[in-house]
Unconditional design. Structure first.
Length: 256
């Protein structure tokens, strides 16, 4: 006679315990794998974000008038170059001067700057290195707006002049995790004397920057070498607390 066979209570308990251990290990393994993937993705996002921020600042500075770049540590300011050419006659108190036309007889507008090494572009004066607002026609004639007159302080060894736009600035405000970009606030004697507070003249360049981490350092240009700007900042993850330190150096070509 055959006896019925089955599980004893002890065997059943052992199986349940083993299954619980396996399940716990599996869940833990999946959780750790998922967390590793999330952390890796977050690090990649921070690295990509750092590359975008650094490239935006670098590109803007590379197109700056070399002697217009100035910094107070947490802010940097510059005047973007709109166009550059060679003048044919240097204005001496007139309201216009002739220059070599731009490629394609293009027109441009801004402020004319002639040999900025001889003066401060943030202190408009007559005579001075920077003119009132001006317009350059397709034939190369540069006329000061409103019929104003201006006499430049000196002359360029290469008869070179630039048209520059209104100053731009990038700052990290004290206690803020944002980087802001400012424009259309005019020429001011000091950096950030009066910055725009709203859009569109104040734009968010980046978020998630560790408070007080942005620092600019400027090596001014000379007649023998260009200006060099270095900047550092730290990106911080508010959830994990991980940080990424970023450093960049930008060379600004110097052409008298």
């Amino acid at each position: 006679m055959m006896r019925d066979r089955g599980f004893t209570l002890v065997e059943l308990v052992i199986v349940i315990v083993l299954l619980a251990v396996v399940a716990t290990i599996s869940v833990r393994f999946v959780a750790l794998s998922t967390q590793v993937a999330i952390d890796t993705s977050a690090r990649q996002q921070r690295a990509l974000k750092a590359a975008v921020i650094s490239e935006q600042i670098s590109r803007a500075l590379r197109g700056a008038l070399p002697t217009s770049v100035r910094t107070n540590g947490n802010c940097i300011e510059w005047m973007p170059i709109v166009a550059g050419s060679n003048y044919l006659n240097r204005p001496k108190g007139g309201n216009s001067f002739d220059a070599v036309p731009l490629p394609g007889s293009a027109s441009a507008s801004g402020r004319a700057v002639l040999y900025p090494h001889s003066g401060n572009v943030y202190q408009p004066s007559d005579p001075g290195v920077i003119s009132p607002p001006a317009s350059m026609a397709g034939d190369g004639t540069v006329t000061f707006d409103g019929g104003q007159t201006h006499r430049f302080k000196g002359q360029s060894p290469q008869r070179r002049f630039y048209l520059v736009a209104s100053p731009r600035m990038v700052c990290q405000e004290p206690g803020s995790r944002f980087l802001y970009r400012y424009r259309n606030y005019g020429i001011q004697s000091g950096i950030g004397d009066s910055k725009p507070l709203t859009m569109p003249n104040r734009e968010v360049l980046a978020a998630g920057v560790q408070t007080g981490s942005l620092a600019f350092e400027l090596t001014p240009p000379t007649l023998q070498r260009g200006a060099v700007v270095s900047f550092d900042y730290t990106l911080a993850d508010p959830d994990s607390g991980e940080t990424l330190d970023v450093g960049q150096e930008v060379q600004i070509r110097n052409v008298p």
